[in-house]
Design a protein around this ligand. Sequence first.
Ligand SMILES: [Mg+2]
Length: 258
Amino acid sequence: MKPFSDFNSKLDILFTDIDDTLTTDGRLPAQSYEMLWKLQNAGVAVVPVTGRPAGWCEMIARLWPVLGVVGENGALAFQYKNKKMHRTFIVDEDTRLNNAQKLQTIRDEVLHSVPGAAVASDQFTRLFDLAIDFCEDVPPLDKKAIAQIVAIFEKHGATAKVSSIHVNGWFGDYDKRSMCETFYENNFSKKLSDNLESAGFVGDSPNDEPLFAFFENSFAVANILEFKNELATLPRFVASEKGGLGFVQIGQQILHCR
Ligand SMILES: [Mg+2]
C-alpha cells in the first residue's frame, strides 16, 4: 500500500463504500459530505456502494450529490435522473418474496442461537437481504459469535458478508462488483472492466476486498490497517486518516489530479 499522496491519475468516476469510509463513528462528517459536492462539481461522478438498505438508497439517490447508488450488497442500484427514480433490481418480485421467506427462517435461528445478536434497525427498509447487527446498536459481539452467524446463513445456502457493523446475508448469485459493472454499463454504454484506468473505489474493511481486487485505482481509509493481515488483496493507496477524514484526503488528491 502506498500513501494516498502518491496517486497520480485522472478519474472520471469514484465508487465508494459508506460505513466507516464516508462516515466516522457512525455519522457523516460535514467535510466528507462537502467532498462529495466538490467531486461532483469537478466532474467526478460518485457512486456509493453499500450493504445499506433500499430505503436508504432512495434517499441517497434523491438528495446526495451522486450519480447513483448501489445498495443491499449489489441487489439494487437507484439513480435519480430527469426528475425520475430509475431502479435496477437483480431478481424479480416472485424470487424476492420467496427468498424473504427463507431469510425469516434464518433470522429466527440466529436470534435463538447467538446471544446478543439482533436484527439491524434498518431491516424494515430492506428488500433483498437480512442484516444482523453485531455492533451498531448492540454491545459488540466477538469474532466467534460473528462466525456463528455467518455459518447459519451458509448452512441454509445463503451468501453472508461481514461489514464493520452487520452480517448481511442473501440468496442469489450477485455481489457489489456485479452491480457496479451493470450500473456503469447502463450509464455509459461501455464496460467498466475496459475503463478501469478512469475509475476508482474507496473502502475500509475486509468486505471491500473483492472491489480492492477489481479496481486498479483502489483506495482505503486508515481503518484498513487494523485488518492488514486478514487481506489477500490490499488496496493500492491508503489515507493517513480514518473514516470520513480519510475520504477527504483521498478526494483532495483525486481533485488535485483532475
Ligand atoms: Mg465499510
